[in-house]
Design a protein. Structure first.
Length: 323
């Protein structure tokens, strides 16, 4: 390891080349241990979550919703061109029917929400657990690309035909022949029953504000009426969720499609009469997400049923100004 020589009474010690390399490697290891952040690569993806409103009791032909939430370092943009397209096949039993995405600023982070609606094309004879494949995602900032993958998740497919039923026992139900009525009194009774049913139907449509009686009633007025009924009793978390749903339905009906939080700016541009309500709508969407994804207890939020009702009337008044 060491060599030495004498020169004019002085002994000089040299390290061999191999020893110098070993000492250099040990020094690098000590630096990495002292500064672990130098050894770990920077990851701008802070969190990822995959959930589904219902992943059980799915049958052939049903739709299945998957929601991917990704928190990234601020400034990173989702490359939507890399997402699968509507109508594309995921595998031999899943096809994408709808795909939407939006984002929300959370301080120094950005929350992306990607909603995929799949349709299931598989028949089973017994309950079976199937897997929705993982989904690769790509984010970019200032030309720097970061790739990650939303994990695969499972759902339960339920058979339409009862389990343990042999194929030969499955019989398609034939068409029933029309009954042969010889007595004309049956027609009189049938006419009377139909008249009563029509009367009840007209009364129900009038009392519930259904078509044709609601043609002149604004969606926000109907929502306010429903929220007012919920407020007559002591509010529960489910009442708050129902009230928020009524306002969401009114917004969707006005926009002509499902209105997401990331689409509020386009909604404001398309319907400028609601621009004065935008701050309250933005706050409502933030609190709405907290309400719908709370487990049991209602989280603290700035909206109550009375405030929801007031916002509905404010939107209704703004809509009447356009007319």
């Amino acid at each position: 390891m060491f060599t030495s020589l004498r020169k004019k009474g002085t002994r000089v010690i040299f390290l061999k080349k191999e020893s110098r390399i070993n000492i250099f490697g040990i020094g690098l290891c000590l630096i990495a241990l002292a500064f672990p952040s130098l050894a770990e690569p920077h990851n701008p993806i802070h969190a990822m979550e995959v959930s589904s409103p219902r992943d059980y009791a799915i049958v052939m032909g049903d739709t299945l919703t998957g929601i991917i939430r990704v928190k990234t370092e601020i400034g990173y943009q989702l490359e939507t061109a890399t997402l699968p397209q509507r109508g594309s096949a995921v595998n031999d039993f899943l096809e994408i029917r709808e795909i939407q995405n939006d984002k929300q600023a959370l301080g120094n982070e950005t929350l992306y929400r990607i909603t995929l609606i799949y349709q299931v094309f598989k028949g089973v004879r017994e309950a079976e657990t199937l897997t929705v494949p993982a989904l690769p995602l790509r984010f970019v900032r200032n030309g720097q690309r970061v790739e990650t993958t939303a994990p695969a998740w499972n759902f339960t497919l339920t058979p339409i035909i009862p389990a343990n039923t042999p194929d030969e026992a499955v019989v398609l139900r034939g068409e029933m022949p029309p009954p042969d009525y010889l007595d004309t009194s049956h027609w009189r009774w049938l006419s009377a029953y139909l008249a009563v049913l029509c009367g009840l139907g007209v009364y129900a449509a009038w009392s519930l504000g259904l078509p044709p009686f609601r043609r002149n009633v604004q969606p926000f007025v109907r929502a306010a009426t429903g929220i007012k009924k919920l407020g007559k009793k002591s509010a529960t978390p489910e009442d708050y969720r129902q009230g928020a749903k009524l306002l969401h339905h009114a917004l969707n009906e006005t926009a002509g499609h499902t209105l997401l939080s990331g689409q509020l700016r386009h909604f404001s541009e398309a319907y400028p009469e609601f621009q004065d309500c935008m701050p309250e709508l933005e706050r409502f969407f933030i609190d709405s997400e907290k309400i719908f994804y709370a487990n049991d207890d209602l989280p603290h939020c700035g909206f109550s049923l009375s405030k929801l009702e007031g916002l509905c009337y404010k939107l209704a008044k703004a809509g009447r100004k356009k007319r």
